[in-house]
Design a protein around this ligand. Sequence first.
Ligand code: SAH
Length: 339
Amino acid sequence: MKNNIFGYTREKLANYFVSIGEKAFKATQVFEWLYIHKEKDFRKFSNIKKDIIEKLQKDFNNDFIKIEKVLEGVDVKKFLFRLLDGEKIEAVLMEHNYGLSVCVSSQVGCNMGCRFCESGRLKKVRNLDTYEIVEQILLIENYINKKINSIVVMGIGEPFDNYDNIIDFIKIINDAKGLAIGSRHITVSTCGLVPKIEDFSNLNLQVNLALSLHGATDEVRNKIMPVNKVYNVDTVIDSIKKYITKTNRRVTIEYVMLNMVNDYADDALALAKLLKGMNVYVNLIPYNETKAQEFKKSSKERITNFYNILKSKGINVTVRREFGGNIKAACGQLRSESD
Ligand code: SAH
């Protein structure tokens, strides 16, 4: 089967050219056509010799996933994509005052089973191929005819359960000859797959890492995140400490506010104690209620109280702006269907 060219990093493409006896810099020329000139028809690569173009046509395809539906809300658009095998995924475009950001999906379904998350109620069907992640961005940029400034890998799926493809995706969008999205503007969020956090720290990619913690003790986290039975709070926090030491980068700690589950004053105190002295900032996420209805959103007062306790203990903390609730485009509401 032919591989999709949009799944190739420049380095992999250079290796391909070398393997067929061509110069590695041809990969840069191809990247410029694909990502700068937005030309996907190999026959139009005018600075590349005909016999090489024929070889490209034989070895690669340039197929695109399709936009099936776009839902529009205030400062937000949700894109439903149909993949070439008929599976569906979603991505969300958000307009901030500092620019446009896109939240991409990394898998069809998800196996992590976080109890409060809609995406996790669908079992993982498969990993997304690298090109299927890259093309979410290309199609959205083309649809709005504007450049995307930042990317969060926080849609459907657990990115570190699709590690290799996510790394290639990051390399392609970060490449100066690719989509040229700065590493500081790329964030990967994980529910805490410790071995992959360690691998990630060795890559020196300079992108942002976010950890979905959501509970400061095993007692609380066990109730809502099955992954905690494998990598518990101490283990995951230890790996984050090592990550920070190695990369010297600040990590985001995500904490979804679930009414009377993890939003008590004691939870805030435990969280402050756990994170004390670490180079992190806590992002409190107002819970978006889902079909499961098992959890309720924390009240504004409970969120403010939690926030104030963290602040008073010297922890950097923000409350995430709520986006897209009315079109089911908010965190944890993405599914691979358009109901
Ligand atoms: N699997 C990755 C990325 C996807 S979720 C991860 O777990 O980090 C992105 C964030 O949204 C996670 O922090 C997730 O826990 C949170 N989230 C899930 N469901 C939510 C909901 N219903 N309301 C608010 N945030 C939610």
